[in-house]
Design a binder for this molecule. Structure first.
Ligand SMILES: [Zn+2]
Ligand SMILES: [Zn+2]
Length: 99
């Protein structure tokens, strides 16, 4: 992901921690405002973070004229999906694993 596009309105930053996130309204009827991390997750990470309260999203890369778009992942989502899978952004405090 060496490309850096600053044209789309989709890319923004978390006001709390400043991390680059993708913001988007998802859903037509009951729209959710999703703030997603831009870091693709490995299948292991997806399995680890997936909880009833934290969803994984498929981040379709936009074209030259279309912004990236989050898509929900169904149980039939293709395993070899070429798009990065990301999760909702949760502000991480400073790493505290080292004492
Ligand atoms: Zn996908
Ligand atoms: Zn944050």
């Amino acid at each position: 992901m060496a490309r850096s596009r600053t044209t789309g309105a989709a890319d923004s930053r978390c006001p709390s921690c400043g991390a680059a996130v993708h913001r988007q309204w998802v859903g037509r009827v009951a729209a959710l405002r999703i703030t997603a991390d831009l870091t693709p997750l490995t299948p292991e990470q997806q399995h680890a973070v997936r909880t009833p309260n934290r969803l994984i999203w498929c981040l379709h890369q936009g074209g030259p004229y279309t912004p990236p778009q989050l898509r929900s992942i169904s149980p039939f989502h293709r395993a070899d999906c070429p798009h990065p899978h990301v999760t909702e952004h949760h502000c991480n405090p400073e790493p505290t694993t080292l004492f």
